[in-house]
Design a protein around this ligand. Structure first.
Ligand SMILES: Nc1nc2c(ncn2[C@@H]2O[C@H](COP(=O)(O)OP(=O)(O)O)[C@@H](O)[C@H]2O)c(=O)[nH]1
Ligand SMILES: [Mg+2]
Length: 165
């Protein structure tokens, strides 16, 4: 299977804007009403994670990907994920924090929220608007083990990329 990532996160958290930034597409992201497949990324509607009725759609879609991005909005004080949600999806996990440029962004809070979702793994701190941190995401999707990812994070030595715990 070709390496591919599914992005999950709340409504308005910045998933589609991130997808466009990763694919080099500019302009406003439309409201995501259904799964959107483009090249190596699958974008999901925020409703999929906000309403447990749709968890089965997340599970079904996960069979089509090698990696999952758990996305946390830095401006939000709450997580849309149940605790340890990533344990239920046997795919390589990547945490992404969005909107770190925003005036009310709290990156430490977002990091703590993601650590309740993911047992371990990389966390990328990003701004799609200011193009911060996003350059690390495509290379991470090419790596096929947590060990390689841990080494990648160590080698980059960047404030925008950490490995947890
Ligand atoms: N400050 C800031 N706002 C962003 C960023 N990325 C997205 N947004 C805004 O957040 C809102 C939701 O974005 P969208 O990508 O549609 O979220 P989605 O529902 O998760 O797909 C929009 O108003 C975006 O312009 C960012 O990097 N910084
Ligand atoms: Mg969207």
């Amino acid at each position: 299977m070709k390496n591919r990532v599914m992005i999950i996160g709340g409504v308005q958290a910045g998933k589609s804007t991130l997808m466009n930034a990763l694919l080099g597409k500019d302009g406003q992201a439309n409201k995501t009403q259904a799964l959107v497949y483009d090249d190596w990324i699958v974008d999901t509607p925020g409703e999929y994670i906000e309403n447990p009725m749709y968890y089965k759609n997340i599970m079904a879609t996960s069979f089509e990907v090698t990696h999952v991005i758990y996305l946390q909005d830095a401006t939000s004080s709450k997580s849309v994920f149940p605790p340890q949600f990533s344990l239920g999806i046997p795919k390589i996990q990547i945490g992404v924090i969005t909107k770190i440029d925003a005036p009310h962004a709290d990156v430490e809070r977002a990091t703590a929220l993601l650590q309740n979702v993911m047992s371990q793994g990389p966390i990328v701190k990003t701004s799609s608007w200011q193009k911060l941190g996003i350059e690390f995401i495509a290379p991470l999707i090419h790596l096929n083990s947590d060990e390689e990812i841990r080494q990648f994070v160590k080698d980059r030595d960047s404030p925008y990329l950490i490995y947890c715990p």
